[in-house]
Design a protein around this ligand. Structure first.
Ligand SMILES: [Cu+2]
Length: 193
């Protein structure tokens, strides 16, 4: 009888203690979730581009979102030849057909050489190749570490802007300054969104 009384008394106390602990830890969790969610959701500054071929036809879109890690670039291509194509962020926001030379070289505020496999590399505008399937479409998502869209010492959207370029050939990831990527098939001027 005595034991049972103790037990029934102890149980509510334990439950109360656990509830208090639970309340504390869930408060902390809530605070962590809130602070870590700030940089990515809602998204930071962003920009987008429509990729156009030399004949003016649309070949896809690109989006750049600034996060705590850098600039997350998402490229979505349609209607280009199947296979592996270089995709870069170029330094000037101008896409003048037919060769899109107006977009300049790769975005390179750190003055490095081209390519992740180049000991002197890489450009901040260097990205992995995009693989297009038999239907000529494909997507690429890549985060440029430390990149900023409109703030800091070297924002992507500086006075002359920036562009996304898809090339005829694959990037070899080491040949400076172009990656041996061939001509420019599609180009899109990035604008703040
Ligand atoms: Cu390029």
């Amino acid at each position: 009888m005595t034991v049972r009384t103790k037990a029934t008394l102890a149980l509510p106390m334990m439950t109360a203690a656990m509830l208090m602990l639970g309340a504390c830890s869930s408060d902390n969790k809530g605070a962590e979730t809130a602070s870590s969610a700030v940089p990515s959701s809602p998204a930071g500054p962003s920009a987008k581009a429509v990729l156009l071929a030399a004949d003016g036809s649309q070949k896809g879109t690109a989006q750049v979102v600034e996060t705590a890690e850098g600039l997350t670039v998402t490229v979505s291509v349609t209607g280009l030849p199947a296979g592996t194509h270089a995709a870069h962020v170029h330094t000037t926001g101008a896409c003048t057909a037919p060769d899109f030379a107006s977009a300049g070289g790769h975005w390179n505020p750190t003055k490095h050489q081209h390519g992740k496999d180049n000991p002197q590399g890489m450009h901040m505008g260097d990205m992995p190749n995009i693989l297009l399937g038999a239907d000529g479409s494909g997507t690429l998502e890549y985060t440029i570490p430390g990149g900023k869209l409109a703030s800091g010492d070297a924002p992507l959207l500086d006075a002359d802007g920036a562009a996304i370029v898809i090339h005829a050939a694959a990037d070899d990831m080491k040949t400076d300054p172009t990656g041996n990527a061939g001509g420019r098939l599609a180009c899109g001027v990035l604008s703040a969104s």
